[in-house]
Design a protein around this ligand. Structure first.
Ligand code: HEC
Length: 186
């Protein structure tokens, strides 16, 4: 039951996010927009902490976008995958304004500066989506730069030294991970 409620909450947020991107509004009712928090009924709450969302969604989706700058997507499948990652980043930005189960989540999401950084992540995600759909690597790279600025900006303002729930991201691979292995002398 709880789980289904949570899924419903996420669905509401997704709908709000999509609506903000130009989908036609539902015929009758007015839907709350932009803050991502419902004005009636129980406030939305994600079923996981924002720390977990950061690791499982934000960081996970951002890595392939950065990597694409030097490891050019080759097949249609590569590009489709990149498009999905960019969409995930856009949605992650939209979800970040909703508190989850982490100890600091309510305080963070109530802060207008937090909301502004989250919106900027969502916008950077939109730029990445557009760039990927245009299959324009230079624009993918500049969307990647924009994304880095947003991650850094919000982390400088809000991120504690140690994650509140102990969830760390993996270390991102670097360029050298994709270079040909030098032949090992016998
Ligand atoms: C709206 C603010 C905000 C934005 C934007 C943001 N982060 Fe975070 N991030 C945080 C906060 C706060 C934490 C610490 C969460 C906790 O401790 O509960 C965190 C934690 C993390 C963690 C897990 C902790 C760790 O040290 O490994 C990773 C990984 C991470 N962020 C990556 C990213 C990446 C990559 C981006 C950009 C694509 C990004 N974040 C954008 C606020 C933000």
């Amino acid at each position: 039951m709880l789980e289904r409620l949570s899924q419903f909450s996420v669905c509401l947020v997704l709908c709000a996010a999509l609506g903000a991107c130009g989908a036609p509004p539902p015929a009758s009712e007015e839907t709350p927009r932009s803050s991502g928090v419902a004005t009636t009924g129980a406030p939305l709450r994600l079923p996981i902490s924002l720390n977990a969302l950061m690791v499982a969604l934000v960081n996970h989706a951002a890595d392939p976008i950065w990597l694409a700058a030097w490891r050019t997507p080759e097949s249609d499948a590569d590009w489709r995958n990149l498009e999905r990652m960019a969409l995930q980043l856009e949605v992650a930005g939209a979800l970040l304004v909703v508190p989850g189960t982490g100890p600091m989540d309510d305080a963070w999401t109530a802060d207008p500066a937090w909301q502004a950084w989250s919106n900027r992540l969502r916008d950077a995600g939109v730029h990445a989506v557009d760039a990927v759909r245009a299959r324009d690597l230079a624009r993918v790279a500049s969307a990647g730069d924009e994304i880095v600025d947003v991650c850094e900006g919000c982390h400088i303002a809000f991120k504690p030294d140690l994650p509140t729930e102990g969830m760390f991201g993996e270390l991102s691979p670097t360029a050298s991970d994709f270079e040909e292995e030098a032949p090992v002398p016998e």
